[in-house]
Design a protein around this ligand. Structure first.
Ligand SMILES: [Zn+2]
Length: 444
């Protein structure tokens, strides 16, 4: 049931800086920074349904009296609201059984939202929970206060889902777009906040303490939304460095490495650095860097492509990744995947089948002269603690035989060829004090 007087255009609030449109469901449908003509709630030219959602929860206090009361919503949560404008305020009212929920929007030079739940029946436990939703451009900074410093969360350039719980007291949250325009959110008495991110979607929410409310008593929450002033942010920046929440909050994996290959084609280094910087921002702390024929080797230039990166460029890549505090595990294919190395161009007898130069010949001593020289050049540039030797997909059980087919190898067993190769690589790399990883099984 809607009040007769309801008209969308009547529910617009305006101040010098802000224009707010309240929808018939009581949500903020539009929150406009008038000076910069930016709507913080409107998405893809379609009005969102969930600018602000308020849930009322009921039940009994569980194990955590400071956490969620229960997953049971009071019926009032789902009731159609009465929405009306009174002077400079928009008032949303919901009534059900023995409860009355009122949401009051009052626009000054900031938007004040007052949420009040009144209990008209017998004494019971209640809790208010609420969420704001926005679609944010990537690179938007969400600044969340912690006990003694602000955490910075940056909306990543591609989608992922994150749920975070933060505990703090009466300090504002800032949401600052890449163009430095943003808003500031202040809550009155909240315990914890939740940030979700689905792609570029951001939800900031919170909940009140669980309270046992007597008859005719209320539980309430006060929220202020204002345009952020850049001097606020400057003050925060001055006080302390930001720390990324995902790195602080005991990540599941200690090493979060991304595998990037440079051996298929040349990519623009500026772009490449930008990608790595963004990966670092969202929590990666290492790179497995595919080298193969992507680098120009001095010992055997036959391995090089015209587009291969020079060794100076490789040093530049190394320096940049290390500058970000990320470790590098350089990768060079051994045994199999010699199509990524051009080994056959040095000498066809280095591979088992020159027509399909996939597996190198482990019985030809020259193979190791080349491989070891190349590994030495890579180690010289990257000084790695660990090398990635690939060593995978050498022989598929379902495909033609690729190992042990040349005249020197054909009388050897597959496990002999494989283990000889592992032992040679091991003895070379242990002399260099370099550990190694591989993906390798001889049949995979
Ligand atoms: Zn062979």
């Amino acid at each position: 049931m809607k009040p007769k007087s309801y008209k969308q255009e009547n529910l617009i609030l305006k101040s010098e800086n802000l224009k707010v449109l309240i929808g018939e469901d009581g949500n903020i449908m539009s929150l406009i920074d008038k000076k910069n003509d930016i709507d913080f709630v409107r998405r893809n030219n379609v009005f969102r349904k969930d600018g602000l959602s308020v849930w009322v929860k009921e039940g009994f206090v569980g194990r955590d009296p400071d956490g969620f009361l229960s997953h049971k919503f009071s019926d009032i949560t789902f009731v159609e609201p009465f929405v009306r404008k009174e002077n400079s305020k928009v008032i949303i009212e919901k009534n059900k059984n023995d409860e009355k929920l009122e949401i009051l929007y009052d626009l000054k030079d900031y938007l004040e939202i007052f949420i009040n739940l009144k209990n008209l029946g017998k004494r019971k436990f209640k809790q208010l929970e609420f969420f704001f939703s926005w679609e944010l451009p990537s690179e938007t900074n969400i600044l969340i206060p912690g006990e003694d410093r602000y955490f910075r969360y940056i909306v990543p350039p591609f989608g992922r889902i994150i749920t975070r719980y933060f505990e703090f007291k009466n300090k504002p949250i800032y949401i600052i777009r890449p163009d430095k325009i943003g808003i500031k959110l202040e809550f009155s008495s909240l315990l914890k906040y939740v940030i979700y991110n689905r792609g570029k979607m951001c939800v900031v929410g919170g909940f009140t303490k669980i309270k046992r409310i007597d008859k005719n008593k209320s539980i309430s929450e006060n929220i202020k939304i204002s345009l952020h002033k850049s001097k606020d942010i400057k003050t925060i920046f001055k006080k302390q460095d930001f720390i990324f929440p995902e790195l602080l909050q005991k990540p599941y994996f200690k090493k979060r490495y991304i595998h990037l290959s440079l051996y298929y084609k040349r990519v623009d280094l500026k772009q490449f650095f930008k990608i790595i910087k963004n990966l670092n921002k969202i929590g990666y702390n290492g790179v497995i860097l595919g080298i193969g024929k992507g680098m120009k080797y001095k010992s055997y230039p036959q391995l090089n492509e015209e587009w291969s990166y020079s060794q100076d460029e490789m040093r530049e890549i190394k320096d940049y990744i290390n500058f970000l505090g990320m470790e590098i595990i350089p990768e060079f294919p051994t045994l199999g995947h010699q199509n990524d190395t051009n080994l056959v161009k040095v000498d066809p007898s280095l591979v088992e089948d020159p027509k399909n130069p996939f597996v190198y010949c482990t019985s030809n001593p020259k193979t190791y002269e080349v491989i070891f020289s190349v590994l030495e050049e890579i180690i010289d540039i990257f000084k790695p603690k660990i090398m990635h030797l690939t060593h995978d997909e050498v022989q598929h059980w379902f495909s033609e035989r690729r190992m042990g087919i040349c005249d020197r190898c054909k009388n050897k067993k597959l496990w002999e060829i494989y283990s000889e190769d592992v032992n040679k690589l091991h003895s070379f790399l242990s002399k260099k004090k370099c550990k190694y990883v591989s993906l390798g099984r001889y049949a995979s």
